[in-house]
Design a protein around this ligand. Structure first.
Ligand code: PLP
Length: 401
């Protein structure tokens, strides 16, 4: 936490190499400037850092353990697989790491309301949790189509006291929800702060969300060294917007450890039903920042698909794009079928039901471990699978044997 503002970028305009920045309508310039100024000031404040540290320990359940998945490793052959158990966070995933940070920032800025959009509802639930904790009002914009698909998360948000605003225009999904949330923020930015759900969006969010997620990598490196006396040979994580991956990668950037970001290949590249932004996207602008983007001929974001609803985003965090270009991180893919296989293996061999998102990273680790033959690979297990049970039972059944 002391190095929360360590010098790993972005530059003053919010660029990581060519990517990132702040492409905003003029009316939003002033509200975002206020957030940037406040973040630089407050994030270095000892009281802020102490309070966040205390929240992580007493409310969230940090540190989360690193676990040696011995049976899975032996059944698989090759390198040993270790899991950073972000699934054991309060609310079941890593998103609470940045939502508690964003909520605390809102409190220090004297705001009384947080506003966000949500797609599958995971960000909405994590933010509603933070808002309840801090006594803030919470307004979540969500497409009508998503509201119908994600009823349990809508109920959770409402139980936590959030107001869920249905978005009824256009395709009634995430893109329209983003526009609607921006509008609500613009209308009330004196009292409100906008809270994004990953390392995406206009500056300062990719930096801020990353800084709040860095705790994952810092803990994991220390824990892994304590367990084994060494560093892992490889670290991998699934990449939707890229926040859980960025969190764990930042613990190992200065090490010889190989880093792998795993993107969802869905039904395969030929079908177009995937969300492998790094492999098949090209430079473009979405939601106020520049990144690799899956896009139509006219530059608009292309429709994307993954069995993991938390991974189906056509853009990706700008710092990831920069790491791809510099070569520090390799970006690879995992199909729905490989993901399903890894999901069942972790259930049966280790007694852990992972999120479908996280199962993408596990699937890559299994293949990589066999290829490596020796050594160790550390997986960021970003979340647990409780939220996915309906999907799993309906589409995959309970697995054979
Ligand atoms: C939202 C989510 C993700 C994807 O988000 P990132 O910002 O890429 O980390 C991954 N895993 C789980 C469990 C999620 O809920």
């Amino acid at each position: 936490m002391a190095d929360i503002m360590s010098a790993t970028g972005p530059d003053e305009q919010g660029f990581f190499g060519k990517y990132g920045g702040k492409f905003l309508p003029p009316q939003l310039e002033a509200p975002f400037a206020e957030i940037i100024e406040a973040y630089y000031r407050i994030a270095n404040d000892a009281a802020f850092i102490d309070e966040l540290r205390s929240i992580r320990k007493h409310f969230q359940g940090r540190p989360t353990p690193v676990y040696h998945a011995r049976k899975l490793s032996l059944a698989n052959g090759g390198a040993h697989i270790y899991l950073k158990r972000e699934d054991l966070n309060h609310t079941g995933a890593h998103k609470i790491n940045h939502c508690m940070g964003e909520g605390l920032l809102a409190k220090y800025m004297g705001k009384r309301r947080v506003i966000a959009e949500t797609g599958a509802g995971q960000h909405g639930v994590a933010l509603a949790t933070a808002a309840a904790y801090f006594g803030l009002e919470c307004e979540i914009h969500m497409g009508e189509v998503d509201i119908a698909k994600q009823a349990p998360n809508v109920s959770r948000m409402r139980l936590l006291g959030a107001k869920v605003v249905p978005v009824t225009h256009g395709l009634k999904t995430l893109k329209e929800a983003v526009d609607s949330a921006f509008e609500a923020y613009l209308a009330d930015y004196q009292n409100s702060i906008y809270c994004i759900g990953s390392v995406v969006g206009p500056h300062p969010f990719p930096m801020m969300v990353r800084d709040f997620q860095k705790v994952v990598g810092i803990e994991a490196r220390e824990q892994f060294r304590e367990m084994t006396g060494n560093l892992p040979d490889a670290v991998c994580a699934c990449v939707g917007g890229g926040s859980n991956a960025m969190g764990i990668f930042h613990g190992f950037l200065q090490d010889p450890t190989a880093l792998f970001g795993v993107e969802p290949l869905g039904r395969g590249p030929k079908t177009g039903d995937h969300a492998a932004t790094m492999s098949y996207g090209r430079e473009g602008i979405i939601h106020g920042f520049k990144c690799y983007l899956l896009q139509n001929e006219d530059g608009s974001p292309a429709p994307v698909y993954s069995c993991a609803s938390g991974l189906d985003y056509p853009g990706v965090g700008p710092e990831h794009c920069h790491f791809k270009d510099t070569g520090r991180v390799q970006y690879v893919t995992c199909s729905d079928d490989e993901c399903r296989d890894a999901f069942f293996k972790l259930c049966r061999l280790e007694g852990i039901i992972p999120a479908i998102e996280s199962s993408h990273a596990v699937a890559f680790a299994l293949a990589k471990a066999r290829e490596m033959k020796h050594g160790a690979i550390l997986v960021n297990l970003s979340g647990r699978g409780d939220k996915d049970l309906d999907y799993v039972i309906e589409n995959w059944g309970v697995g054979e044997g």
